[in-house]
Design a protein around this ligand. Structure first.
Ligand code: G3H
Ligand code: 13P
Ligand code: ZN
Length: 334
């Protein structure tokens, strides 16, 4: 049994309270590799931002759960080495699929877990979420729950269809589960193909897809039902078109990849939305930099050569999200 406090990590409670009151959102960046971890920490330290480093089940399978936990402990030490005396880093389980996965993470040093029961019948979602909350709260670990279904297909998270969160259910759900934050479905979606071309219009000048707007009316109804309660948005990558274009220019094939416009995420950050999940944009920044580097340097084969610009590109992307989209820069407690 390892408690996250012994690793120098923090849970989400205080940072969410400050984010909701201050009208900004905390970035939740997924990581699978050392370069992603380094880029996240460098960006958070440079901008003086609290940060959530999240690990999916796919990441645990890829990198090994023990290694990821030590990487998070290493992230705290690295942030201090970079000059941040009191970093606020959360190690969060993303899309936990069962009580057992959540318990395993809580027992091995995670400071926050998500139980994703969004595809379960309502009462079953409540029952398992409550079981996770009852266990997690004994160790002061915070719990994210989900109501409503996001569309989009990832390795470990897949749904063909989305169902918006029903505002009339949120009070009952939050009260009966005791969850600390709630992920809702208002039109965001996982992956780099968030909308089909049929769901979008096309910009006549660029030929690029323009996605439909998020359902802010549902978000505002939920805020009214649960004043001040921390709300989470998954599937919030913007799928930067410069990265998509670079990937396509250097041998990739990502036709019609489209994300959530950053202005809408900026607007959401000012509301009770206090955690915004971004994974695909990091994958795109990394892949674009690697493809470009290898195309321009065909004789190079040392991974450090192409992973250096990849790490720099991710760091710049994280800084941009923190400063220009979520507004969490300068928001460390001390
Ligand atoms: O929401 C899902 C995250 O992007 C994680 O994706 O399961 O492919 O690691 P993954
Ligand atoms: P994106 O695929 O939009 O980056 O979403 C990530 C996410 O929601 C992780 O839980
Ligand atoms: Zn997600």
């Amino acid at each position: 049994m390892v408690n996250y406090k012994d690793l120098g990590l923090v849970n989400t409670r205080e940072m969410f309270k400050r984010a909701v009151a201050g009208g900004y959102a905390i970035p939740a960046f997924n990581f699978n590799t050392m370069e992603q971890m380094q880029a996240i920490v460098m960006a958070a330290v440079e901008t003086k931002s609290p940060v959530i480093m999240q690990v999916s089940r796919g990441a645990r399978k890829y990198a090994n759960p023990t290694i990821l936990r030590y990487m998070a402990e290493g992230a705290v030490a690295y942030a201090k080495e970079l000059g941040c005396a009191n970093p606020e880093i959360v190690l969060h389980l993303d899309h936990g699929d069962s009580f057992e996965t959540c318990k395993d993470c809580i027992d091995t040093g995670f400071s926050s877990v998500m139980f994703d029961g969004s595809s379960l019948p309502y009462e079953e979602n409540i029952a398992i979420t409550k079981k996770v909350v009852d266990y997690a709260h004994q160790f002061d670990v915070t719990v994210e729950a989900e109501l409503g279904v996001l569309a989009g297909v990832e390795d470990e998270v897949a749904s063909e269809e989305s169902h918006y969160t029903k505002p009339e259910e949120v009070i009952d759900f939050a009260t009966r589960t005791g969850c600390d934050s709630l992920a809702i479905s208002i039109g965001t979606s996982h992956g780099a193909y968030k909308f089909t071309p049929e769901q979008c219009t096309r910009d006549p000048k660029t030929g690029k897809l323009v996605p439909p707007p998020l359902a802010f009316d549902i978000l505002h109804e939920i805020e009214k039902k649960l004043p001040g309660f921390p709300i989470v948005l998954h599937g919030s990558s913007s799928v930067p078109q410069d990265c998509v274009d670079t990937i396509n220019e250097f041998g990739g094939k990502l036709p019609d990849a489209v994300g959530i416009p950053e202005e809408q995420l900026r607007e959401a950050s000012k509301s009770a939305v206090c955690k915004i999940n971004i994974d695909s944009d990091s994958r795109l920044a990394m892949t674009a930099a690697i493809r470009k580097y290898l195309a321009e340097n065909p004789g190079h084969f040392d991974p450090r050569q192409y992973l250096t610009p990849a790490r720099d590109a991710m760091k710049q992307m994280y800084i941009h999200k923190i400063v220009d989209v979520l507004g969490s820069d300068g928001k460390l407690a001390k």
